[in-house]
Design a protein around this ligand. Structure first.
Ligand code: FAD
Length: 369
């Protein structure tokens, strides 16, 4: 018998939930992570008494009561509601697109007036068969909203002209005809009181964890110490890139401590215009209604990805999807390895989705075992 039942590669949400569920029923687990901290991308660093979301702002939201109850076992949540603003051509506007935005943009005061304005613009500028992102957006919301909020922001995000981006990137554009600035439609929303690290610490409370430990630097050794492996790293790396590298979009975060109590009055302000290299400024203390003397802000710059950089957003175009499916086939032949999470499945997962996936996969695995 091997020393561990499960070796779990990666201490992000997927790995930590799996480890917790397996440990709960008496399985012996070892979690390793190549970073010097656990938690993966939800990790927070305490700076000046503020929980700084090191890998981008994270807001927990879900419609699923089971998932909400599950995370609430590990931390209490506050009543934070994400209502970002957009700074565009010198003015601030409410997001997501709602009656406040339309009032600020056109002065329309009723849903009827706002609807008429959008319909009129779509009739003039829309396309029957949109060929690219620009045509798609014009066909859904018309010229004013597109030019004020979507064009330059999206071009910064993807590093390409909107006319060179495929239409499918924007499937729909949420529009609301109420004065409601809540970004998410989900029933449950909040930030864990004390930060996300608390959730991970509680999930891993009875689990052995080794940080600063890269699976690939000792692959053979790790293959031999556990009966099964849960792998949450990059699937292409696992298979030695034999079908080529999967591509990502990356981000660069520039954080500053400011000697002021309140810099922008809100957790997130998007910067639409191309003259700013960043797409948003996050002021972390507002996630937890902090009243510290100083503040920490982070500017978020979208970047091209190279293999030394963090892989943030998978590029789910046809070429990459095909490469991924080849790796997926290989993974299905490996009975002793379970692939899970955003990097091993090459897809964007929100936190509630990755938890649901880890619970589902661990249930199947632990039942059959
Ligand atoms: P990760 O958190 O990436 O964990 C994988 C872990 O594996 C990492 O710790 C990594 O170091 C480790 N690892 C990889 N390879 C190896 C190796 N070879 N050896 C050892 N360890 C290895 N979700 C929301 O619900 N709300 C939000 O507001 C939200 N905002 C986001 C903002 C940004 C900018 C981004 C990028 C994501 C956001 N998300 C949000 C999504 C959220 O971050 C993910 O759902 C979640 O982090 C995925 O967890 P994971 O375990 O799959 O992956």
């Amino acid at each position: 018998k091997k020393e561990y039942d499960y070796l779990i590669v990666g201490s992000g949400l997927f790995g930590s939930v799996f480890a917790h569920e397996a440990t709960k029923i008496g399985k012996k687990c070892l979690v390793i992570d190549k970073r010097n901290h656990s938690g993966g991308n939800i990790h927070c660093e305490n700076i000046e008494g503020i929980n700084v979301h090191k890998y981008g702002p994270h807001i927990f939201h879900t419609n699923d009561k089971k998932i909400w109850d599950y995370v609430n076992q590990f931390a209490d949540f506050n009543h934070f509601v994400y209502s970002p603003l957009s700074f565009s051509k010198g003015k601030l506007y409410n997001l997501p697109f709602n009656m406040n935005t339309f009032y600020q943009l056109w002065g329309t005061k009723t849903p009827e007036e706002a609807k008429a304005k959008i319909e009129e613009q779509v009739a003039i500028y829309g396309f029957e068969k949109p060929k690219n992102l620009e045509e798609q957006a014009l066909s859904i919301v018309g010229k004013d909203i597109y030019e004020q909020f979507i064009k330059e922001y999206t071009e910064k995000q993807w590093g390409r002209k909107a006319t060179d981006l495929p239409a499918f990137i924007i499937k729909r554009i949420p529009i609301r005809f109420t004065f409601d600035n809540n970004y998410f439609n989900d029933k449950y929303q909040g930030i864990p009181i004390g930060g996300y690290n608390k959730i991970i610490e509680n999930l891993l409370k009875n689990v052995e964890v080794k940080l600063s430990t890269n699976y690939f630097e000792n692959k053979e050794f790790f293959e031999n110490i556990a009966t099964k492996i849960v792998f949450t790293g990059k699937i292409d790396e696992y298979f030695d890139y034999q079908y080529g590298k999967l591509e990502y979009r990356s981000l660069r975060f520039e954080s500053e401590i400011l000697e002021t109590e309140n810099f922008q009055g809100n957790a997130g302000i998007n910067y639409n215009d191309s003259e700013f290299g960043y797409t948003r400024i996050v002021e972390h203390k507002h996630f937890e209604f902090g009243n510290q003397k100083k503040t920490v802000i982070t500017k978020e710059y979208p970047e091209n990805w190279t293999s030394e950089k963090e892989a943030y957003y998978p590029i789910n175009d046809e070429k990459n999807q095909e490469i991924y499916l080849n790796y997926k086939k290989l993974s299905e032949n490996l009975n002793h390895v379970i692939f899970g999470g955003r990097l091993a499945e090459y897809r964007y997962y929100d936190m509630h989705q990755v938890i649901a996936s880890a619970l589902h996969k661990s249930k199947i695995e632990l039942q059959n075992d």
